[in-house]
Design a binder for this molecule. Sequence first.
Ligand code: ZN
Length: 283
Amino acid sequence: MRLANLAGRLVLVTEDERAIDVAEASGGRYGPDPMSAFADWRGFAVWARETLADDRPGLRRKTIDRTMLGAPVPRPPQILAIGVNYREHADEAGYPPDSLPVTFTKFASSLTGDQARVALPEGNVDWEVELVVAIGVGGHAIAREDAWSHVAGLAVSQDLSERVAQLDGRFPQFSLAKSHPGFSPVGPWLVTPDALEDPADLAISCAIDGETMQDSRTSRMIYDIPELIVRLSAVLTLMPGDIIFTGTPAGIGNRRTPPRFLRAGETLVSRVEGVGELTTHLV
Ligand code: ZN
């Protein structure tokens, strides 16, 4: 099942990629706010599956204009982002894996959706394709065997990063350097894990103007999705609607010789197998 934020309204995405407005189809029980899905994720998921399965006559299906897609989770209570979570990227960054995942936040004002136009600030802006996990059911001290049942869905994302400010001082400025407006594109929609053959092993890649920059598999994560949920929820309480940026594979611009950064006029396309394709226009 796929959920999207179409012009600020929660929609279900049909197999032929058309939108069913949730507020309209549920008679106001859920929606129109995309965050309303997380007030009672399990109840909502049952209703949504039934609605998609039964071909109710008179249920309106609208064509999706991709430029109208917003971040599928527009106002997460918490945004967690993980650094150096892929083996090859850990090697290129020179970090040893730690017992706690390297964790920072991306401020919510940096969220945007598919087809976003992102203005490049001064400095060196780098790409980081990532899989985003949205939490459906919150919890503290979640057990590994229960972890997937807390997940609402997965989305494609970029953790755009301005490297000069990130690496300038004595201590890394992950959160600020990764939170310029539009620096957290997420989309194109949220895909529930049951829609994927193996949600733990998905091809993940990104390309600038058609040239592949990163190309890996999510099974190469040091801490996989259940392990991230275990280790993060051992410390903090995860809340419904939280999102986790799960880290980027090798191939970022800062680690190339010579370094290579994003330029105005370029188009960044990020893909996760079975989840979708997210396009970001740099201006
Ligand atoms: Zn990242």
